[in-house]
Write a protein that binds this ligand. Structure first.
Ligand code: COA
Length: 163
């Protein structure tokens, strides 16, 4: 399986937020933003693996500032790291007021996507080639999150077995 560069699978989704995306205060529902982050991460991870993928987990979903009706929202997804069958995808969300051009960073999310076959069994993914300093830094940070995730899981399993 040939390794793939980060840029080969980078994906952008753009959504124009409407009233159906909002709550009664006029802010966009967090769930709408989360769903679109998941879609963007799904597209990037399918492009990297050229396989079906499922979302295994969301490590972090930060809501920095609210998004409003009428804003154009861009979801930029990038594979940060690829392991045996799983990939961490980072999604940066930016909202733009199309009348003024004012743009701001509203959310960041890290999702773990797993490549699967038609029966839903995990399958191997290509290695990731980080090319820029920023991509190397993101890969190193993804390794830290994976180590913490696995350590947390092991500790919880051990505690439950000890009960
Ligand atoms: C994700 C899933 C395929 C993993 O299956 P599994 O039997 O646990 O498989 P494995 O133990 O072999 O793990 C496969 C990979 O998933 C990773 N993984 C499993 N559970 C995870 C979790 N909760 N968070 C992050 N990564 C996870 C493992 O670390 C492993 O990665 P690696 O191969 O790169 O080291 C399975 O749990 C599943 O299908 N979950 C439901 C997914 C879903 O319905 N998502 C919502 C709709 S898309």
């Amino acid at each position: 399986m040939d390794p793939r560069t980060v840029s080969e699978s980078q994906t952008q989704l753009i959504h124009w937020m409407g009233v159906n995306d909002a709550n009664s205060a006029g802010f966009i529902h967090g769930g709408v933003v989360m769903k679109l982050c998941d879609e963007a991460a799904g597209a990037a991870s399918v492009k990297h693996s050229r396989s079906r993928v499922v979302t295994a987990g969301v490590d972090r979903m930060a809501f920095i500032t609210p998004v409003h009706v009428g804003e154009l929202v861009t979801f930029s997804a990038s594979v940060n790291a690829a392991w045996r069958t799983s990939m961490e995808v980072g999604v940066r969300v930016e909202a733009e007021n199309p009348r003024t051009g004012e743009r701001r960073h509203t959310n960041s999310a890290y999702l773990t996507m797993v490549a699967v076959d038609e029966q839903g069994r995990p399958v191997e993914v290509p290695k990731l080639i980080a090319e820029t300093d920023e991509q190397h830094a993101r890969e190193a940070e993804a390794q830290v999150r994976r180590r913490n995730r696995l350590a947390e899981r092991d500790e919880i399993i051990a505690r439950r077995q000890a009960e």
